[in-house]
Ligand binder design. Structure first.
Ligand code: HEM
Length: 369
């Protein structure tokens, strides 16, 4: 193939700029509804950004699929997430451009869209699947499956993505390999349990000390303290953790949860800075995607009120529910429940701290001990 000769050739601009075909009017831009061009361009821009994000996530999956992940590679993953997050912020803002179209302007050509809907965006489904949204966790309406309107080739691609390693599972495996949980003179679980018991005892004592509480109120507060203590106990009690998993309240494996907790608690240690940034990055990806879902649902409410969608869903009511339901990295948010205040954090033994960081040898050369 000859190298492209011009800017336009390189970017295939003739193809891209010739790819806006109106459904309204007589099929040309002289007779089409004015706002339909914006509607198409915004959707196309989204699809390009979906492509770019999938490309970044695929690379992260490749990196994480290796048994061990070197520090430089962790830095690369952090960088990839940063890019995905910037894209997500950008496409969130893009909704404002589309909202310059009024509901009445939209109605001018909406009926021409037939059954077309973002619901059929296979790239969006791919992105969700690669991040780790599982079929069984998806919200469905009626007996319509989220892939039913995709053509066979795209359905196959989606099934393939769903059968391969996704980001959630890849991170779970990576976290499960977190070293340091047990070292000479320090057992993370024992230290954590001791601190958590101390916190629970202090909370119980605070309820006991409080004057003027009715017996009923006292019991209610004590039950809440006991509930908190049970959640803390799940850190040291595998069985309890598994019960949460069976009930669908947790998804991370026990070791994965411990790894994530350790990284969060001891993130001030230099060696844990990057792993911590990685966890922040992926949590932000989920948060930004959730914000997009919410923002899109609000726009749909504004444009359509309570009308059903062109994809046949209940529209706003369906989209609103996906906001929470389709959050993928819930565990990473819930983890904050298990955090201990810095003042209660079991100190790491000195030799352990040294082995986590960098130290200078007698010749003043930097060495990682
Ligand atoms: C006037 C603007 C828009 C309206 C009225 C609208 C309406 C809807 C509705 C009603 C649904 C629910 C499925 C259905 O029954 O059709 C939906 C889903 C969806 N839309 Fe939009 N949409 C708009 C703009 C966009 C844009 C710009 C995108 C970007 C690609 C987009 C992407 C999606 C996606 C990915 C879904 C599936 C969401 C899910 O199932 O979780 N929409 N849209």
């Amino acid at each position: 193939m000859n190298p492209p000769r011009t800017y336009g050739d390189y970017l295939a601009l003739d193809e891209i700029l010739g790819a806006q075909r109106p459904a309204s009017g007589k099929g040309d831009w002289q007779t089409a509804s004015h706002d339909e061009l914006l509607f198409i361009v915004v959707h196309q821009a989204y699809e390009l950004w979906f492509k770019a994000m999938i490309f970044e996530i695929d690379d992260v999956l490749k990196i994480l699929s290796h048994g061990t992940v070197a520090e430089a590679q962790v830095a690369l993953v952090v960088h990839r997430f940063k890019r995905v997050n910037e894209i997500l912020k950008l496409i969130l803002e893009q909704i404002r451009v589309l909202e310059t179209m009024s509901p009445l302007d939209f109605l001018e050509f909406r009926s021409q869209l037939g059954g077309y809907s973002g619901f059929q965006s296979y790239q969006f489904r791919l992105l969700e699947a690669k991040l780790g949204l599982r079929r069984k966790d998806r919200l469905t309406y009626g007996d319509r499956q989220y892939y039913c309107d995709l053509d066979e080739a795209h359905q196959r691609q989606l099934r393939e993505a769903e059968s391969q390693l996704n980001l959630f599972d890849a991170l779970d495996a990576w976290l499960s390999r977190t070293p340091f949980l047990e070292m000479k003179g320090f057992r993370f679980l024992d230290a954590y349990k001791e601190a958590a018991d101390k916190i629970a005892a202090a909370e119980r004592a605070a309820v006991d000390r409080e004057k003027g509480l009715s017996e009923q109120e006292r019991q209610r507060r004590l039950a809440r303290v006991a509930g908190n203590a049970q959640v803390f106990a799940s850190v040291t009690d595998t069985k309890q953790h598994e019960e949460y998993r069976t009930a669908g309240q947790r998804r991370l494996s026990y070791r994965g949860m411990l790894g994530a907790l350790f990284i969060n608690l001891y993130r001030d240690e230099p060696i844990l800075h990057l792993p911590y940034q990685l966890l922040v990055g992926v949590t932000e990806v989920d948060e930004n995607l959730t914000l997009w879902r919410y923002r899109h649902a609000q726009m749909v409410h504004r444009m359509l009120g309570r009308k059903i969608g062109t994809g046949g869903s209940p529209g706003y009511d369906y989209l609103k529910e996906t906001v929470e339901r389709h959050k993928i990295f819930q565990d990473f948010f819930d983890l904050s429940t298990l955090l201990l205040p810095r003042s209660e954090l079991p100190p790491l033994p000195e030799n352990f701290k040294q082995s986590l960081g960098f130290s200078f040898d007698v010749n003043d050369k930097v060495t990682s001990s």
